[in-house]
Ligand binder design. Structure first.
Ligand SMILES: [Zn+2]
Length: 398
């Protein structure tokens, strides 16, 4: 979320930016330490106090604090210590702020974070939090109640929908072949891997590993997810395993092999791609290609797995954005005669959970592939998939 432009002199802004790191750790305690211990001991303590807050929280608080301080400068109010009424007026105004497209500039969660940032800076300075007062608490409650609407959920893409989307792929051959191969992989990977659009967009060649399923001897695709929404620090790396599909048409590993061959040819020399496509033998869509694929040395590890592809079959150097992933899903939905506004990038991930639930998968199985840590999220998908599952209404004996 970009902050609306605030008229704040650069010097003040820099000063705020510099000040906030020390402001957010317990400066009162630190001052105390400086008086009683030497500089080195104080610095060491300061380092650990700083590390206690996640860089993301710190960054968000910093932005929030600067916005608050700027508002106070404009309105001639005091930022520290703050008058609770000022904080309430500020939050109410922020709740009404809208983007040019008419949408709210801040979600209730962001407004609560803004309030938490103000509280944190006060706490660090040994001051009582103005946000604990009734006027601020009630304002936030009012904002939450006013905004409480049913979450706008996108339709999950179930297996049969996925089949419909795949019928809208461009024809084999030039110039549709690159988009055909890339989008087949994108849709299958997003669905079978329960991947978020941002995760799909961020994938690089180095994240894709071909392995063997030791129980069956069949090929296996291992996807390494370097950073995820729930863990932006990337400390716990996550893997998603994709088995071979029973049909070659919907086999993620075949789709990956097909795409990587084209991508490698293009990487070696973009001018060869058209001839290569023209000379491709007629594909036998029922035969798997996944058994014979070997990693191609022409690909470089840092290459994006999903680069942009233009209408003329040309491949770009940069990765698709998360938004572009969503656009692709919407485009294929429209081609299949479905309302594109009902679908988004998330439809693939939601589709995985819903389809798996319909197939009788247990909660923990769905949570494992989808890397969901909260069973409630998964239960929501399951309830949507089958309203009678685990429901006492079936045991009434009617
Ligand atoms: Zn296959």
């Amino acid at each position: 979320m970009t902050e609306p432009a605030v008229d704040l002199p650069d010097t003040v802004r820099t000063e705020l930016r510099r000040g906030i790191t020390s402001v957010l750790v317990d400066t009162a305690a630190l001052r105390n330490v400086r008086e009683r211990f030497d500089t080195e001991q104080a610095t060491t303590l300061g380092r650990y106090l700083t590390a206690s807050q996640s860089p993301n929280t710190l960054r968000a608080y910093r932005t929030d604090w600067i916005a608050w301080a700027a508002w106070c400068t404009r309105e001639n109010r005091t930022a520290l210590p703050a008058d609770p009424l000022d904080v309430a007026v500020y939050l109410a105004a922020a709740a009404d702020a809208r983007h040019a497209n008419g949408r709210h500039a801040y979600s209730p969660a962001t407004l609560e974070r803004k309030s938490a940032a103000i509280a944190a800076v006060h706490a660090a300075n040994g001051l009582p939090a103005p946000t604990r007062s009734d006027v601020v608490r009630l304002t936030l409650r009012g904002i939450r109640r006013t905004r409480r609407t049913r979450p706008h959920r996108k339709r999950p893409i179930l297996l049969h929908t996925l089949g419909e989307l795949l019928t809208g792929l461009p024809q084999p051959g030039w110039p549709g072949e690159p988009a055909r191969r890339r989008d087949t992989l994108l849709l299958l990977l997003g669905f079978a891997g329960a991947l978020r659009r941002s995760e799909l967009a961020a994938l690089r060649i180095t994240d894709i590993h071909f392995g063997t399923d030791h129980t069956t001897g069949e090929p296996l695709l291992l996807i390494h997810l370097p950073t995820t929404k729930t863990d932006p620090t990337g400390i716990t790396e996550q893997h998603v395993a994709l088995p071979r599909g029973s049909q070659a048409r919907t086999c993620p590993i075949c789709a990956c092999a097909d795409w990587l061959q084209l991508l490698a040819t293009h990487t070696e020399n973009p001018r060869n791609i058209r001839t290569w496509i023209d000379e491709l033998p007629t594909a036998e869509p029922h035969i798997h290609r996944c058994h014979s694929y070997r990693p191609d040395p022409r690909l470089t590890p840092a290459q994006p797995l999903f680069p942009a592809v233009n209408r003329h079959g040309g491949l770009g150097d940069t990765a698709l954005s998360g938004r572009a992933v969503a656009e692709i899903v919407k485009r294929y939905a429209a081609r299949a005669g479905l309302d594109p506004t009902l679908f988004s990038g998330h439809s693939l991930r939601a589709g995985f959970a819903t389809q798996a639930a319909l197939g009788g998968a247990a909660d923990r199985e769905i949570m494992r592939q989808g890397r969901w840590s909260n069973p409630r999220t998964v239960h929501r998908y399951i309830r949507t998939a089958d309203p009678l599952a685990d429901n006492a209404v079936t045991k009434l004996g009617l």
